[in-house]
Design a protein around this ligand. Structure first.
Ligand code: NAD
Length: 487
């Protein structure tokens, strides 16, 4: 059966989901389709009262179900049942995911939705395998470190990978014995809502997952500040992350993990397999049309390979499959909004004013929707916003080096440190560079995550605080308690 669909034929879940039931409110925000700008649905904005209702429902669900105290394998089995239902409903989820976001439906199905189900299973496995620690103390006492959930976790997700981000937040929080109140991006709420509905159908306690709809300043701010939230888990821009930190400092200290923006370098040495590097680099900036936190947006290369590398990358940047996200043949993503497309245009134009040379791309695509051409800019000025700012578009800048130390200096961003790509066949050089690159992730001779969910992801510097994925994400959803018993 074809995956392609007509956006008018979908039924959009567009109310809050609290205590296992849909809670409607007056439509205050419009959700648009970036593929052609049409309005898909209106959604309500949860105020502090609605957020309070969701947090209360989450705590009530914890109390009534004993979720945190269940036999660990019972928690594991419940989460597996949810993951199985996500797999069974994958096509519906992929359609709801793709219609409002920039994810082409075939990629959403094969990648985002399947990975999300698998990640929930991955995190469920920690429920009966991670414990506390018995620690050495004097003979007359016994000391151990117990580990307990926080209670209700408040999660906030961005628009660029809605279902994956919801899985990254809810998987470890629930496996660790917490309940969740999650606010998805106001631009892409549908797949997260449907995923929450599936949790109840799969047998998870009603109220264990609650979804509140709304924007950042009203709903997000109320969620973060709510005294019933034990821990905050956020993914989004550095600007919003800073606002959340400030809010938490003002309204009551609580732990937080922040997965924020990036401006990641891809460093190519002359000894690299240039064809492999060119393919990885092109994909690293074209995936989701550059609207990826880890987009490899700064190419830093040995001067002697400049021409050959630029030529190969430009070749691989040719797009033949731009199209509406609801067409299964589409592979290249639209830009999320006309406003964001305008920002990309102005950054590229400022770079050109400062002397950058266009190797390819450089403008919007001649077709319906907010599509921007993959763009390669050579000779960029170091002060150009194209080099310093997270663009969130398919724009790759090129800077060259002669010596290894110069490559290290160019790769170092003053504020961001999310990830780095490195291409070389020289193992010693690779090991030296890995030590010097200032980022939470380094990919060598590849660019992008694998489906081994065990490697944590998270930024250094202003790219974030704490980790998603891996064992670290599970542990971040539990707090330790030191116990000392006199014998
Ligand atoms: P955004 O910061 O504008 O919004 C993210 C979420 O935060 C939304 O749900 C929004 O409503 C909410 N929000 C905004 N202001 C808030 C506030 N003051 N208080 C509480 N909530 C608030 O980001 P976006 O445009 O949706 O997503 C793109 C950004 O996300 C990029 O910077 C990207 O790098 C980052 N991102 C990071 C990762 C990662 O793992 N590091 C992954 C995906 C996206």
């Amino acid at each position: 059966m074809s995956l392609s669909f007509d956006p008018q034929s979908l039924s959009y879940p567009a109310g809050h989901f609290i205590g296992g039931a849909r809670v409607d409110g007056p439509a205050a925000l419009e959700v648009l389709a970036p593929s052609d700008g049409r309005v898909l649905s209106g959604i309500p904005v949860a105020d502090a009262g609605t957020v309070d209702r969701a947090v209360t429902a989450a705590q009530a669900a914890l109390d009534a179900s004993g979720w945190a105290g269940l036999a660990p394998r019972a928690r594991l089995r419940a989460l597996h049942a949810w993951a199985d239902l996500i797999d069974a409903e994958a096509e519906t989820l992929a359609r709801l995911e793709s219609v409002a976001s920039s994810r082409p439906v075939s990629q959403a199905l094969a990648g985002d939705v399947r990975n999300t189900a698998e990640q929930i299973r991955f995190f469920a496995e920690f429920a009966d395998k991670e414990g506390g620690d018995l620690v050495p103390t004097s003979e007359t006492s016994m000391g151990f470190i117990a580990s307990e959930p926080y209670g209700v976790v408040g999660a906030i997700t961005p628009w660029n990978f809605p279902i994956s981000m919801a899985g990254w937040k809810m998987g470890p929080a629930l496996a660790a014995g917490n309940a969740v109140v999650l606010k998805p991006s106001e631009m892409t709420p549908f797949s997260t809502l449907y995923m929450a509905e599936l949790s109840v159908r799969a047998g998870l306690p009603e109220g264990l997952i609650n979804i509140v709809l709304g924007d950042g300043p009203v709903t997000g701010a109320a969620l973060v500040a709510h005294p019933g939230i034990g821990k905050v888990s956020f993914t989004g821009s550095t600007r919003a992350g800073a606002a959340i930190m400030e809010n938490i400092a003002r309204t009551g200290i609580k732990p937080m993990t922040l997965e924020l923006g990036g401006k990641s370098p891809q460093v190519v040495f002359a000894d690299a397999d240039l064809d492999l590097a060119a393919g990885c680099i092109a994909r690293g900036i074209m995936a989701n049309a550059g609207q990826v936190c880890v987009a490899g947006s700064r190419l830093i290369f040995a001067r002697e390979v400049a021409e050959e590398l630029a030529g190969r990358i430009a070749e691989k940047m040719a797009v033949t499959d731009a199209g509406p996200t609801w067409d299964e043949a589409s592979g290249y993503s639209p830009i999320i909004s006309e406003k964001q497309l305008g920002r990309i245009e102005s950054i590229v134009s400022a770079a050109r004013d400062l002397g950058a040379e266009l190797i390819c791309g450089g403008g919007r695509m001649d077709r319906e929707g907010s599509f921007y051409q993959p763009t390669l800019l050579a000779g960029v000025d170091d002060r150009s916003p194209a080099v310093t700012e997270e663009i969130f578009g398919p724009v790759l800048t090129m800077q060259s080096f002669d010596e290894e130390e110069e490559a290290v200096a160019l790769a170092r961003h003053p504020t961001y440190g999310l990830c780095s790509g490195l291409f070389t066949r020289d193992l010693s050089r690779a090991m030296r560079m890995i030590r010097k690159l200032e980022s939470g992730t380094v990919w060598v001779n590849r660019y992008g995550r694998s489906t081994d969910h065990i490697l944590p992801t998270g930024g250094w510097k202003e790219s974030g605080l704490g980790k998603d994925l891996g064992r670290e994400a599970y542990l971040a959803n539990r707090r330790s308690k030191s116990v000392l018993i006199d014998l």
